[in-house]
Design a protein. Structure first.
Length: 144
């Protein structure tokens, strides 16, 4: 049975700004990763290298500008979470003063991987909130 993690975070920025931080490679790199190639349209690639050893790969399955993104997700070279084995779903909901990000990562193989990915996503979503609101999240440190 697969595991799912969910998180909601409020970001003090409009939906369009937050959406760009998920779809523009230069903006992605302000909060996550060292290299990014994305083509945010159904069937388009999602490829983000966290460092020289960890690269996430998948394809966009749904893109509704400023409102919703979904893409397959997994790690190159991983047997437990291979490329395209999971599904990331991101809903951006307009709120007074900013945007509510409703984040779901489904299709994780077990509780250990869910907990590991939850730690990583919490780290990166917190960095996203700073960057999208116009701040500097500082240099990224590896998540242990």
């Amino acid at each position: 049975m697969s595991e799912t993690l969910q998180r909601e975070i409020e970001i003090a920025a409009p939906q369009a700004t937050v959406f760009a931080f998920f779809t523009d490679p230069d903006k992605i790199l302000r909060w996550m990763g060292t290299k990014a190639t994305v083509d945010p349209q159904p069937g388009g690639i999602y490829l983000v290298s966290m460092d020289d050893a960890h690269t996430a790969r998948g394809h966009f399955t749904e893109v509704i500008p400023v409102h919703r993104l979904a893409y397959s997700f997994g790690w190159e070279g991983s047997e437990t979470v291979p490329p395209e084995s999971g599904l990331i779903e991101i809903d951006l909901i307009e709120k007074e003063g900013g945007t509510l990000v409703r984040f779901t990562h489904g299709g994780l193989p077990d509780e250990k991987e869910r907990a590991s990915h939850e730690k990583g996503w919490n780290h990166y979503l917190d960095r996203l909130a700073i960057a999208a609101a116009g701040g500097d999240p500082g240099p990224d440190m590896p998540v242990e």
